[in-house]
Design a protein around this ligand. Structure first.
Ligand SMILES: *[C@@H]1O[C@H](CO)[C@@H](O)[C@H](O)[C@H]1NC(C)=O
Ligand SMILES: *[C@@H]1O[C@H](CO)[C@@H](O)[C@H](O)[C@H]1NC(C)=O
Ligand SMILES: *[C@@H]1O[C@H](CO)[C@@H](O)[C@H](O)[C@H]1NC(C)=O
Ligand SMILES: *[C@@H]1O[C@H](CO)[C@@H](O)[C@H](O)[C@H]1NC(C)=O
Ligand SMILES: *[C@@H]1O[C@H](CO)[C@@H](O)[C@H](O)[C@H]1NC(C)=O
Ligand SMILES: *[C@@H]1O[C@H](CO)[C@@H](O)[C@H](O)[C@H]1NC(C)=O
Ligand SMILES: *[C@@H]1O[C@H](CO)[C@@H](O)[C@H](O)[C@H]1NC(C)=O
Ligand SMILES: *[C@@H]1O[C@H](CO)[C@@H](O)[C@H](O)[C@H]1NC(C)=O
Ligand SMILES: *[C@@H]1O[C@H](CO)[C@@H](O)[C@H](O)[C@H]1NC(C)=O
Length: 876
């Protein structure tokens, strides 16, 4: 309803046009790590391998192997203990990847004990690796959508032998390849990817497959692999080019071979690793056989126990609309057994038997969201880039916790204990530890921590706090007395001063504060602390009053039309009462004055979904913009007054000044300063936009300014006067702000039939459609010309989507939004520096745990959606 509100208010005084230098060469999105290797090298396929350089674990050579490829002849192994050992890999968020890990034991430890251990992707258990032969390589592949800038691959739970890994490979997909409707909740674990009619046992992969998927040959001799082959099964192949550029884009080479059921049927049986379960199963067909037009090829799929799948018949040529073209039918979600029998049989009216080029089956693997404290803990460990304990990687709790934390798993994983005793910590106590609601025990003793004791009340379950033997200074914060569960508090041997709050002494708390020479019991050392607290309260009150008058008290006394303006703006009056100002903090204009100033609404200067804007000039020469709200915009007085009071509280250099309102004769009118420089709107999508587009960083700064203003208003309002905060619980201003963020990203007006089409109509629905399918590029203002860091845009886009949730209660607070904007600015500034530095590419992480690779820019395409409520063959 008040979507448009802030838009008219935004403008900016000046802007700079930044030139960015694109220094990063476009990389193909492949990363290949030779675990335990020493040098970089390029293999026979043309793939570049790099040593893994992990600080944990040991490297070894294989002692038994018939393997000749260099990357498999070395490995890295880890102690068989309770810990997890993780690789952290840089990825591009909102991009799909194939990740492949291989394990070739080769009796590296000369023990001949075949290892068994677990591998996880972040907190999600990926697979249990069971080695059953020294020379047989285990391969695990997963397809996932990256949702954060890094992913971690961890080995843990050594059941027998020592966990080890031979290679780790990342392959980036593009477009909608492997898009699934539930990709934020499920990974796809690759179970079978088969090239039928292959001309050798060798798999097809890079460079034939641009994404380096491994397509196994159907002639491969492997236990329980493609047995029960029907009589009359023959191979067919072609050299003709095949159009494969849709959906999963199987390689042409795979599509150029196929098997034919010359006697009318094709049958196979194979073991599906990881099943039974729900999976994604698709077949790849292309008509590659020549036959005369009076002949037909039609066939049906048969799966024992699932008669429904046989209903639809395949006619490749018809379905693909021609020969040598891909047709990709399948099941986005189907329940499959471990031993899969399947067949294709020709229909009675078909003259030719079935044909099959390739198929692919992936199992859905439920994503584990990990610890609720994950983000905070990531921030905490990032403060200690050179400390061993901070480099363990992965989720703090899942699948096993870091060595220095303990977690509770119910109802959701949370950190309950943190032990950083004698870890040589310096600086202040990291504030992250004050924000862990599940934390019960905190051990920070025996470090060199300085600064004050923070307010721990965000970690309200704290029972035991060890801060002894540090160099902490300052007073004991009274917030310590608010920790209801506190039973033990150790503060001895620090540099604390002031007095000890008596409540800490009265409770049955185990409390040691000896060895702090300036710290006294209340009474013995005077009541200095009380005085300080008292005076700071005074200062705060003063400060709030000052802010209030700055923000709310209006410039000069204005003309006033009594009757029409009373009864409106209770909030405003409340504010002014409390800040001891007169009642007309918000000016109420007379309609007659407005009519005079605008020459009876003569000059229209703009219009939007919520009203038309007219130019006006007051008697004193002041230029104004007058917005007449369309009659149905505000259902009643209350909404309008809320609107006005909100507008009145927002004024800033990047915002157009709101002067007042008028509500007479059924008209609702808002009056603003007239801006000669143009509004933000005009700069974003008016004629000015074509001349000089606002850079992304400038847009972020505008958003930051606006968020700061709203935030400070809310905080001060929240503190002084509950009335306003009451009004804000629906977070309608957060919604409006989200809309503005979307406008900043896209350079689109909030409501526009032309831009969004009949299906969407407004920016929110339109952006939602794109953002949720991972297609951020689709909403980015083209005039930004790629001069931005996609991560920072994602951050804002995701926050904007949160802001425009339909229920106010689940929208974020404006302070959370502000934080994300500031993070995005930091990302963007970092990228700017890198762009400007010739050596931006060479910035190497100094982390002792390997941060592999670097994020790259890329494009994600819109998705293709399909109905998957029941197993139905679906053409992709
Ligand atoms: C592995 O073999 C290479 C050369 O064959 C040798 O330089 C290296 O030291 C060996 N590594 C280990 C851990 O034994
Ligand atoms: C190595 O030997 C194992 C079993 O002896 C076999 O399964 C595997 O295919 C062989 N690998 C190569 C590359 O020849
Ligand atoms: C470790 O592996 C064993 C056997 O594979 C399994 O039973 C156990 O649940 C695993 N433990 C954890 C913590 O995952
Ligand atoms: C996606 O990748 C394929 C294969 O590398 C390439 O041919 C195609 O142009 C890419 N598409 C986009 C949109 O980047
Ligand atoms: C199709 O036509 C060819 C001649 O063009 C003929 O030889 C063949 O028997 C016909 N096949 C069928 C199934 O009618
Ligand atoms: C697949 O279908 C089953 C049964 O309807 C459902 O429980 C499961 O969540 C679905 N999985 C995905 C990835 O859609
Ligand atoms: C904390 O960790 C240290 C090792 O860093 C260990 O000696 C100590 O026993 C641990 N304390 C607790 C309470 O677990
Ligand atoms: C402790 O930290 C200081 C400064 O960071 C460093 O110089 C010193 O070597 C560290 N000592 C230990 C035992 O890690
Ligand atoms: C308090 O700490 C000091 C210094 O570590 C110690 O000597 C003393 O015994 C402790 N007091 C109590 C009551 O535990």
């Amino acid at each position: 309803m008040i979507i448009m509100k802030l838009r008219y208010l935004l403008f900016f005084n000046h802007f700079t046009f930044l030139l960015f230098f694109q220094t990063k060469a476009q990389k193909p999105g492949f990363k290949s790590f030779d675990c335990g290797g020493k040098d970089k090298f390029t293999d026979d396929l043309g793939l570049e391998w790099a040593p893994d350089q992990l600080m944990h674990g040991e490297t070894a050579n294989l002692s038994v192997t018939n393997e000749t490829r260099k990357q498999y002849m070395t490995l890295r192994y880890f102690p068989a203990d309770e810990r997890k050992y993780c690789y952290t890999l840089d990825v591009k968020t909102r991009t799909r990847y194939l990740i492949r890990a291989t394990f070739l034991y080769g009796n590296f430890d000369n023990n001949n004990v075949y290892p068994k251990f677990d591998i996880s992707l972040g907190p999600t258990h990926w697979s249990t690796i069971v080695i059953s032969d020294a020379s047989t390589m285990e391969v695990q592949e997963l397809i996932f959508l990256a949702t954060s800038p890094t992913v971690s691959v961890c080995l843990s739970n050594a059941t027998t032998g020592q966990p080890f890994i031979s290679t780790l490979e990342l392959r980036q997909f593009n477009g909608s390849v492997y898009y699934t409707d539930h990709e934020s909740q499920f990974f796809l674990s690759v179970s079978a990817r088969i090239n039928f009619g292959a001309d050798s046992e060798d798999p097809v992969r890079y460079p034939d497959d641009p994404f380096d998927r491994i397509w196994q040959s159907d002639t491969l001799r492997k236990a329980n692999y493609l047995v029960d082959v029907a009589a009359g099964t023959e191979k067919v192949s072609t050299k003709m080019p095949i159009d494969v550029n849709t959906h999963e884009r199987p390689p042409e080479k795979v599509m150029q071979t196929a098997v034919l059921g010359t006697k009318g049927s094709l049958t196979y049986r194979l073991n599906l690793d990881g099943f039974p379960g729900y999976g994604w199963a698709f077949s790849y067909f292309a008509e590659i056989e020549d036959f005369s037009p009076n002949e037909t090829r039609k066939f049906r799929l048969f799966l024992p126990g699932t008669p429904d799948v046989s209903k639809a018949a395949v006619n490749i040529q018809e379905n693909a609309q021609g020969k040598y073209r891909l047709y990709e039918p399948g099941f986005p979600n189907i329940s499959l057994p471990f031993i899969l029998n399947f067949g294709f049989r020709k229909t009675p009216d078909s003259s030719r038997g079935p044909l099959l080029n390739a198929m692919e089956i992936n199992k859905y693997l439920k994503i584990n969201d990990g610890s609720l404290d994950g983000t905070i803990m990531d921030r905490l460990v990032s403060r200690y880039p050179s400390s061993d304990w901070a480099q363990e990687g992965g989720d703090p709790c899942m699948p096993v916790p870091w060595s220095w934390v303990r977690c509770s798993l119910e109802p959701q994983p949370r950190i309950v204990s943190m032990n950083l005793s004698r870890k040589n910590l310096t600086g202040r106590i990291p504030l992250e530890v004050t924000n862990l609601p599940g934390l019960v025990e905190l051990w920070f003793d025996g470090n060199s921590l300085t600064g004050p004791i923070p307010d721990f009340t965000g970690s309200k379950n704290l029972k035991i706090i060890h801060l002894e033997n540090n160099q902490l200074a300052g007073n004991l914060p009274s917030s310590l007395t608010e920790l209801q569960n506190l039973r033990e508090l150790y503060l001895q041997n620090n540099l604390l001063s002031g007095s000890v709050p008596s409540r800490l002494l009265k409770t049955n708390l185990v409390f040691n504060y000896s060895g702090n020479s300036n710290l006294h019991k209340e009474g013995s050392g005077g009541n200095r602390m009380i005085i300080i607290v008292g005076s700071s309260v005074g200062i705060v009150v003063l400060l709030i009053a000052t802010i209030a008058s700055y923000l709310f008290i209006r410039r000069k006394k204005k003309r006033h039309t009594e009757d029409k303006c009373t009864g409106i703006l209770p909030a405003q009056r409340m504010l002014s009462n409390l800040s001891d100002a007169s009642a007309e903090t918000m000016h109420c204009f007379a309609l007659s004055d407005i009519e005079e100033a605008t020459g009876k609404f003569e000059r229209k200067i703009g219009s939007g979904g919520f009203g038309v804007v007219y130019y006006g000039r007051m008697k004193d020469g002041k230029e104004i913009a007058v917005k007449i709200l369309t009659s149905n915009t505000y259902q009643g007085k209350r909404e309008f007054s809320n609107e006005v009071s909100l507008l009145s509280r927002i004024h800033h250099r990047n915002l157009v000044q709101f002067l007042g309102y008028c509500q007479e004769e059924g008209k609702s009118i808002l009056v603003y300063d007239y801006m000669h420089n143009g509004t933000l709107k005009e700069h974003l999508y008016g004629p000015l936009a074509r001349e000089r587009s606002i850079s992304w960083i400038k847009r972020l700064e505008i958003a930051e300014d606006a968020a700061k203003v709203i935030n400070s208003l809310e905080t001060s309002a929240g503190k002084m006067r509950y009335y306003i905060s009451q009004q804000l619980t629906d977070k309608s201003d957060v919604y409006s702000f989200g809309v503005i963020l979307l406008e900043l990203i896209s350079g689109q007006e909030a409501i526009s039939k032309e831009s969004f089409g009949v299906n969407c109509r407004n920016i929110v629905q339109w952006a939602k459609l794109h953002v949720e399918s991972g297609d951020i590029q689709g909403i980015i203002d083209p005039s930004l010309r790629n001069e931005f860091d996609i991560q920072s845009v994602w951050k804002i886009a995701e926050k904007a989507m949160m802001c425009v949730q339909s229920h106010g209660s689940i929208r974020p607070s404006i302070s959370e939004v502000l934080k994300d904007i500031q993070d995005a600015i930091m990302i963007e500034r970092g990228t700017e520096e890198a762009r400007e530095s010739k050596y931006g590419d060479l910035l190497v992480s100094t982390n002792s745990s390997t941060k592999l690779g670097s994020p790259e820019m890329g494009v994600t395409e819109p998705y293709v959606s399909f109905d998957e409520s029941i197993p139905q063959p679906t053409a992709r």
